[in-house]
Write a protein of this length. Structure first.
Lengths: 439, 439
């Protein structure tokens, strides 16, 4: 008898051949969710990626192969976003995942394969849509390397503010302007002070930047007034995605005192089309980052004994840049940075426990992003502001171009993946965006 | 022939007697929207208040008395919130208002009155629900008196930051924790520094405060990337309400650097049940507040020639407090402050133009709150932080109680209204909330 739970954590072969490449990123162990259309599947619908194919969950729900699963899950498979799936009971979603593992496993019989075959579309022929309409978007500041690098630019002597090691700093972001990977990013206009000083003026941002982040999509939320404890917080995470928190530094620096970032961020935030279930990341759970000697322990409500073995996620995030000149020359995108989610000062569970510690209610589909993910090295800085030390040291690209801010036509490509010996690679896919000229 | 447009702006008698009290606040000229249930009307539905009654819009839509109106408006009358009405064309909503003015006018015939009668419920017997589920919530900082008073507490020499007179400062608030008037407000817990200094700890807030604000509910929004010009911004406002932006000052002051308020605000925001259409406020439009000599002119994108005669709204907001001791003694609520919306440094249109200047897309039902409304006098300060000058001068109530922060059992009552000679009073109703003990 197959132990499907174990298999979900340890890999398994699928009859979908493209899923069995250990470096492909979309094995049976991954099965990320998306919302897509393809050919006759004209209406947006949830799907599950396996290898180079997408399984139509709406069709699967109708076909009978998901028979016996919870009714709310089957109904949610017909929605136009993943929000309704995210509102389902975790146990019912686990049952869906187990069923799909059965159906797509190499041991599935020919009848199953036949029934499944008509429900599969090639990713290459599909249109990937915004997977979730997040009711609320929160952005954290969980990378101590990012906070330190940015702080050092403005306050060389005291880069970290006194609250940083106690409070998982976060703020409310703008939900309406979240767009899916591939959506062009219009360069925003805004009020900024001229570099020379003097009176501010409205104009296209001259300091457009990206920020590489990981987004946590919430599953079931909490009632207003009832905090989520840190020990059970992971149960409220449906899955994760890549997030590019585009930032107009000149707008941001002029507007942000005293109430924080606003129009410097709210013009667009890109998310990847795939939502990787937390279950797929189980083999990559690692101890939370060690705190430096002398750092305070997390306060009780943020203290989770499990953090010492599995609080963090070993997940690599990479940023690449493709300029117009590179594109025209047929060059490959150039990697600007590589960092790891495990280096964050706060774990996903700590972010959720803190967010709800005042009774704030999280809702299914809410997006909680980590903030820029940077690491301790110069080539692990997750935005141009840090990479260029505030613009003073432009990045030099292989073709000789220099960047201290994004130019029109620049495409930023985020990638994320987990690797571990003995396990197939788990990919988050890509989150892309190209800068369009200001209106 | 009756000029209904003119009548809408100049008053008129209704066959609903309770509407004809010039000080009643809910004359034919007002007709604020709500969502309610009452008796057999068990499912939440939109309504319109007239005098002491609510007209059931779902029933009206079914009954035929709204025949000929736009289909999208009629369909929106069956929704459980006002969001769908807010998404309708302004001209179609104006037609609905004109129809209701006809139907409720003293000149309406007996057949009309009979058909309407069965659709009316007493406010006193109705349950008023949260009228809107705002997809996004933005909070501004538009009162220069508030910004100055608060700034002076922390920076006596430079109370106003350099950006204030150029930038309509705002930030994203938390949409999920918006609650309707009457909902108990659980005292939040959170991380704060002890007054004596030292290590922060989690505990119930010791500095709970209210903030009196006006909320603008958006009608039709804008596409991502396409700003709303200041001259047409008012057309995007559906209506206004009272907002209490509850604030935990101790949590806020420890968390807010560098990204702004978060958990100090997100535990609850109260809104009044009535949404007063902008059309009802037309007689109360007044010139925007004069800028002090030496203040910069608004930048071009915030400059609207109309502001000089009708940019602002002459609307009084009052705050009252009822403590447990006062309630037990049968005392009346004590007025803490009275201020006027017209004193804001930025007009509603300027807030909208600024918010969208970077291309950020507003959505129907979005809530844009003004920030605390204070005036130039000590008794016009719109929160306890200001009234007590940072807690140093507690408010003394008529029964001898003192307050520098809210205590459990305290009820805060916000009221808003417009008055002008020759016009009936237009009321926004009340926004109430009582502080429950921490969990």
């Amino acid at each position: 008898m197959i132990d499907w739970e174990e298999m979900a954590a340890r890999g398994g072969a699928s009859w979908v051949e493209s899923a069995n490449d250990p470096d492909g990123g979309f094995p049976l162990d991954n099965l990320p969710y998306c919302v897509f259309t393809c050919g006759d599947r004209r209406h947006p619908r949830p799907g599950i990626r396996i290898g180079s194919l997408i399984l139509d969950l709406a069709g699967a729900s109708r076909s009978g192969i998901l028979e016996g699963l919870d009714h709310s899950v089957l109904a949610a498979c017909h929605a136009h976003t993943l929000n309704k799936l995210m509102a389902c009971e975790p146990a019912m979603l686990a049952a869906l995942r187990t069923r799909l593992l059965h159906l797509l496993h190499a041991r599935a019989d020919q009848a199953t394969r036949g029934a499944m075959g008509v429900l599969l579309s090639p990713v290459a022929e599909s249109t990937l849509l915004k997977p979730v309409d997040p009711p609320n978007f929160t952005d954290f500041y969980a990378s101590i390397d990012h906070a330190t690098n940015v702080g050092r630019i403005f306050r060389p002597d005291t880069p970290l503010l006194p609250n940083y090691k106690f409070v998982p700093i976060g703020y409310h972001g703008r939900a309406s302007s979240i767009v899916v990977s591939g959506t062009e990013i219009r360069r925003p206009s805004g009020q900024a002070k001229p570099a020379s000083g003097g009176v501010p003026a409205l104009g296209p941002s001259r300091s457009l930047d990206y920020e590489v982040e990981i987004g946590l999509y919430m599953g079931q939320g909490n009632a207003l007034g009832v905090p989520i404890g840190v020990a059970s917080a992971d149960e409220h995470i449906f899955g994760i995605s890549l997030v590019n928190d585009w930032s107009a530094r000149d707008i941001q620096s002029w507007e942000y005192q005293p109430l924080g970032p606003f129009l410097g961020k709210s013009f667009a935030t890109s998310v990847s089309p795939w939502v990787v279930p937390l279950a797929a990341l189980k083999p990559f759970r690692v101890p939370a980052a060690l705190r430096a000697s002398g750092d305070p322990d997390p306060l009780d409500y943020l203290w989770n004994p499990d953090d010492q073995h599995s609080g963090a996620i070993d997940l690599v995030v990479e940023v690449r840049l493709l300029t117009s000149a590179m594109r025209n020359a047929g060059a490959e995108p150039h990697r600007l940075s590589r960092a790891n989610l495990r280096d964050l000062y706060w774990t996903p569970a700590q972010l959720i426990a803190h967010h709800t510690s005042n009774g704030c209610n999280l809702m299914p589909g809410d997006l909680l992003a980590t903030g820029t993910i940077s690491g301790p090295h110069q080539d692990s800085a997750g935005c141009l502001l840090e990479l260029t030390v505030g613009g003073g040291k432009p990045v030099v690209l292989p073709n000789g171009e220099r960047r201290s801010a994004l130019e029109d036509g620049d495409e930023v490509i985020l990638q994320g993946y987990c690797r571990r010996d003995g396990y197939p690679k788990i990919s988050l896919g890509e989150c892309r965006g190209t800068v369009d000229p200001a209106r």
